[in-house]
Ligand binder design. Structure first.
Ligand code: AMP
Length: 288
């Protein structure tokens, strides 16, 4: 495992690999690596000759009241994971390296970022789009792998790649979960054992929504209300949002008459968790 901290060194290595016709796979992360990240690394391995993982806790995507300072940074354990997974290069730039002169240039993807997490976290997606674009210019990947857990982020990155004509392919890998159904996240480390049990209600509410749809319910208002009641019944939880949106443009739908994404964000104690599920809608499940 080669650890690179300098942008210029990362770019030179990417150029050398490209010269040798090596296909570069890239997994951007904020570290505190877990099975979710490892699944992305394995996907990149399958698709490419070389795999770069970046760990960068990006200040421009955190709000002033958010957890930038306390975000976990277990760099020794993270490098060990990368070594074991056969990662070629760990790109580990400092904040000064990525933002040498502060920053005056941002990438803003309109439309897709206005609702859902964009509404509760103003400026978040602008920070993500900006850093992802910058990391692409460092690593020069052929393929970049993102997780479906952050489906709005993945949709935004896809759109940015199309709009800015980045010459690379975006791959989205499924959400990895614990046996309880809880989506694995670096932020789960903030949860107490009791909160970790409460947090399974996100997954359970998605199961409830899916089973309602399977039994013929099509009203998003009623589905959302049922999910909200299930979550409110769990002590210490507070719903940030529950939305049912079109899979492509992420605009809310009133009736489940197509493939939709059911997405939610819930505070469990102080920790904000997200999850989502794509559900096949339409009227197909009714007997003809
Ligand atoms: P993060 O380090 O949380 O910024 O996440 C880095 C990448 O890992 C993003 O593309 C996430 O969507 C992805 N990721 C995070 N958690 C999971 C998970 N449980 N399953 C699959 N991918 C994940």
């Amino acid at each position: 495992l080669k650890v690179i901290e300098k942008v210029s060194e990362m770019q030179a290595l990417a150029d050398a690999w490209r010269e040798e016709k090596q296909k570069i796979g890239f997994v951007p992360t904020m570290g505190a690596l877990h099975e979710g990240h490892l699944s992305l690394i394995r996907r990149a391995r399958e698709l490419c000759d070389r795999v770069v993982v970046s760990i960068f806790v990006n200040p421009t995507q955190f709000g002033p009241a958010e957890d930038f300072a306390k975000y976990p940074r277990p760099i020794e354990a993270d490098s060990e994971w990368c070594r074991r997974e056969g990662v070629d290069t760990l790109f580990l730039p400092s904040v000064e390296e990525m933002y040498p002169d502060g920053n005056q240039t941002y990438v803003q993807v309109d439309g897709l970022t206005e609702r859902l997490c964009g509404r509760s976290r103003p400026g978040h997606f602008r920070g993500v789009a900006t850093i992802v674009a910058k990391l692409f210019l460092c690593v020069k990947p052929h393929v970049a792998v993102f997780g479906a857990k952050d489906f709005q982020q993945a949709a935004m990155v896809r759109r940015m790649v199309r709009d800015l004509l980045f010459d690379l392919q975006i791959e989205v890998a499924p959400t990895v979960r614990e046996a309880s159904g809880l989506a694995i996240s670096s932020r789960n480390a903030y949860l107490t054992p009791e909160e970790k049990i409460s947090a399974t209600v996100l997954y359970q509410s998605l199961n409830l929504a899916e089973s309602l749809i399977q039994s013929g319910e099509r009203s998003c208002e009623r589905i959302i209300a049922a999910m909200g009641s299930l979550i409110d019944a769990v002590d210490g939880t507070r719903v940030d949002y529950i939305e049912i949106v079109d899979e492509v443009d992420l605009q809310p739908v009133a009736i489940v008459d197509r493939r939709v994404v059911i997405a939610l964000a819930v505070f469990v104690g102080q920790t904000r968790l997200i999850d989502n599920r794509v559900v096949e809608g339409g009227w197909r499940s009714f007997p003809r």
